[in-house]
Design a binder for this molecule. Structure first.
Ligand code: C5P
Length: 223
């Protein structure tokens, strides 16, 4: 089945401060978004559609340079709105077999992860990369030290992979407030989400130190 990547890049990046949303910042002379796009292309995804904020057209064009991509779709105030608008637009253009929904803020993507996700879609309607939690988890604030059992908990990354019609339908039915990823939207619609091994390198850039680490990694050609 044809696979489309939907890359959501409409965030304003407010958690990290600064004026420039993190997906449009440069890493080793290339925007974070362009790194993400290049990795998807290298993994064999031929159709890549980006969703941007309504005021991000100039940032987008500067970030993607001469990449040959379809015009960006305008997203919404929450991540889930950006995904929904992307899916609706793709549906109006005929949809796809599978869709990989990916955060633009994750510049590094091993092609093995994409391969695992697409393999999982041969037997599941949904799949997501997960990583185990090594650190102790605890409640912040006065009760710090009250550990939260980490048994059975994982960190969930993107890209997340879905049968297109299934995740489109799940998003159209979602009514439960903010969703930070699409696996939870899928679950709420009754889909089973297959877990595949994620990768530490897929980490979402969020804090300043994440950028420092990413620059260092690129400087030593480890990606
Ligand atoms: O803010 P956070 O790191 O959770 O955002 C994850 C991804 O979702 C980012 O790539 C961001 O650009 C995107 N996003 C979006 N539309 C929003 C909020 C976030 O496309 N309204």
């Amino acid at each position: 089945a044809q696979t489309i990547a939907l890359v959501v890049a409409a965030g304003s990046g407010s958690r990290m401060g600064g004026d420039l949303p993190k997906q449009y910042r440069q890493l080793a002379g290339k925007s974070v978004l362009a790194h993400a796009i290049d990795h998807l292309a290298a993994a064999g995804v031929g159709h890549i559609q980006v969703v941007i904020g309504p005021d991000q057209e100039a940032l987008y064009h500067a970030a993607v340079g001469d990449h040959d991509l379809p015009s960006p779709i305008l997203g919404g105030a929450l991540r889930q709105h950006s995904v929904r608008r992307g899916l609706d637009m793709l549906a109006s253009q005929g949809g796809a077999g599978n869709v990989l929904i990916h955060d633009a803020a994750r510049p590094f993507l091993p092609k093995e992860v994409v391969a695992r996700l697409l393999t999982a879609l041969t037997t599941s309607q949904a799949a997501a990369p997960v990583l185990a939690i090594a650190d102790t988890l605890a409640r912040a604030g006065a009760a710090l030290g009250d550990a939260v059992p980490r048994d059975g908990l994982v960190r969930v990354q993107t890209p997340q992979a879905f049968h297109f019609e299934a995740i489109l339908d799940a998003h159209r039915r979602w009514q439960s407030g903010e969703a930070t990823d699409d696996a939870q939207v899928a679950r709420a619609a009754g889909l089973e989400v297959a877990a595949v091994p994620g990768d530490a390198i897929l980490e979402k850039l969020t804090y300043e130190e994440d950028f420092v680490r990413a620059e260092a990694r690129l400087a030593t050609h480890l990606t």
